[in-house]
Write a protein that binds this ligand. Structure first.
Ligand code: SIN
Length: 536
């Protein structure tokens, strides 16, 4: 890692910038950010900052559902066991236990906000099945669970007088002083100017960094801004090498990012290769419902073997009306591309879907920077280990959002009424650069797709590292003035950190598969790779 990185992406003098004060600042408006805001006592003045409109986040694209062990014959212990198994030995057991034992109470709260999960009868939740779960425990709202849940939470947030929302406000950096958070510096798109928001408590809930890849199910906003800003502030990041590739993403000339939920395989969906052969039983005893990393690698193999760019998902044996009701969004979207899922196989291929790594936190969402919390995909609580169990992510946003709210209340007790002090003039020597930023961004994505995908090796990772380093050198002293500049800096930084972590992990574990170290190596590598750096 180069020594010359600047601490902040922009120069500023606090004396000349409009400044606002809040008790709590939440960056990001997915399920983690919005639920944390709702759970924090309403005696605090809370500000939600979001780089787009509040409705745009990765949460709204989450189809499958939320895992919770509420069915007869299920238990938190079984949910714990399944999560640990999927995580391939790298989960933090304390965090997983918190997740599974506090799931039900948070689901109850979500229901009180008006979310209506699908039911089998007046008192009976409908539980779906997804990969690597030993029980049917996925509660859902059709195949648009994330959107349905978030819509209701946002409705509630809008009613709260103590919560302010500022949209189109891009948080560039976290402001710190002596490892203590002071607030954020942000760019208001509507007013075309920098602003400072000061607070003793900042929650980073900015989602993941799926946009490091060309083929991803993530929305364009997922550029890892939170993790990058946290890193510049000196926060520890963990498990960055573990990128989850969803096995079944639509592969159609006009759409290569639409998710075909794992719940389709949970309903019996069969994977077939180009020669119409079912293959998953050759790879894992759980067949199509093996852990996601196993299914993605199996598909990757079959595509190579048959020289094909996709495989097929067959759910044609299910009744058309049933499919329309259970998967309305998938049914309708596929039909728009001429695929009637009740008659046609769905062409699918793996694509980037979820980042297991992120800002390292404890079970209360605390980072190593006092007052800085992280929640949801931006965080690494250690619950996912090397491979996330399906439908644990919306749940993570809820359970840890709740924990953070409790902790913030304790943390702020002796700070009530005291405004944070922060007066800084930060200036560097940066120059205007004539760089084709869109092309650079596209090339970084193609480097990540090519060398840091489902299968990696030293040679490819070193090549990726060499190319990304060259870009980073070019960007280092660039004067950054637009959102594209800041996003590009964030993407390039995270690409470098992901590649370094992937190079360091000389073994295969969960979603990180090295063809040159094809086995897990507990003796040497059963530990989390943590990176952090303090810049001044
Ligand atoms: C899916 O519906 O397959 C995605 C759910 C998840 O990522 O947990």
């Amino acid at each position: 890692m180069s020594l010359e990185d600047y601490r902040y992406l922009v120069d500023f003098d606090t004396k000349n910038i409009e400044t606002h004060y809040h008790d709590v600042i939440i960056v990001g408006s997915g399920i983690a950010g919005v639920y944390t805001a709702l759970e924090t006592p309403d005696t605090y003045r809370i500000l939600i900052l979001t780089k787009e409109t509040i409705e745009i986040s990765n949460t709204v694209l989450a189809q499958g559902g939320i895992a919770v062990s509420l069915d007869k014959g299920d238990s938190p212990e079984l949910h714990f066991k399944d999560t640990i198994y999927a995580g391939a030995g790298l989960c933090n057991e304390e965090s997983v236990w918190t997740l599974v034992t506090e799931a039900a109470e948070n689901i109850r709260k979500v229901c009180q906000y008006g979310v209506k999960f699908d039911m089998n009868g007046p008192e009976e939740l409908a539980f779906g099945r997804e990969a690597a779960h030993s029980k049917s425990r996925i509660i859902h709202v059709g195949d648009s669970t994330g959107k349905e849940v978030l819509d209701k939470l946002i409705e509630e947030v809008r009613k709260r007088k103590n919560i302010e929302i500022r949209e189109r406000t891009f948080v560039i950096d976290f402001l710190t002083d002596d490892d203590e958070i002071k607030g954020v510096i942000a760019y208001s798109e509507d007013e075309s100017k920098l602003k400072i928001f000061l607070s003793h408590a900042v929650v980073c809930a900015t989602g993941g960094y799926g946009q490091l890849y060309g083929r991803t199910t993530n929305p364009e906003v997922a550029t890892g801004d939170g993790a990058s800003a946290a890193y510049r502030a000196g926060a520890e990041l963990m498990d960055l090498e573990f990128i989850q590739f969803h096995p079944t993403v639509l592969y159609h000339p006009k759409n290569k990012s639409f998710l075909i939920s794992e719940a389709v395989r949970g309903e019996g969906g069969i994977l077939r290769n180009k020669n119409n052969e079912r293959f998953m039983q050759n790879y894992h005893e759980m067949g199509e419902l093996a852990p996601r990393d196993v299914v993605s690698r199996a598909i990757y193999n079959e595509m190579k073997k048959t020289n094909s760019e996709c495989v097929f998902l067959d759910i044609t044996f299910k009744d058309k009306d049933y499919l329309k009701k259970r998967f309305p969004n998938i049914y309708k979207t596929c039909l728009e591309y001429g695929i009637d899922i009740s008659k046609d196989y769905i062409p699918v291929a793996p694509a980037e879907h979820y980042c297991m790594g992120g800002i390292k936190t404890d079970v209360y969402g605390r980072t190593n920077i006092k007052g800085l919390y992280a929640c949801g995909e931006a965080a690494c609580t250690g619950i996912h280990g090397a491979n996330r169990l399906a439908s644990n992510s919306l749940l993570e946003g809820l359970v840890f959002g709740h924990k953070i709210a409790i902790e913030i209340h304790v943390f702020l007790k002796d700070k009530k009424g005291k405004k944070p002090e922060y007066q800084v003039k930060y200036s560097t020597e940066r120059v205007k650069k004539d760089i084709d930023k869109e092309s650079m961004k596209a090339h970084i994505k193609s480097i990540m797709d090519t060398y840091v995908g489902i299968v990696r090796n030293k040679e490819g990772l070193e090549e990726a590292s060499r190319q990304i380093k060259a870009y980073r050198d070019m960007l280092r002293n660039m004067r950054n003035t637009t959102i594209i500049d800041w996003e590009l800096q964030n993407i390039a930084l995270l690409a470098e950190l992901v590649i370094n972590s992937a190079l360091q992990r000389e073994e295969s574990r969960g979603a990180h598969y090295r063809s040159d170290f094809s086995q897990p190596n507990d003796a040497v590598w059963k530990r989390n790779i943590i990176v952090s750096k303090k810049m001044r």
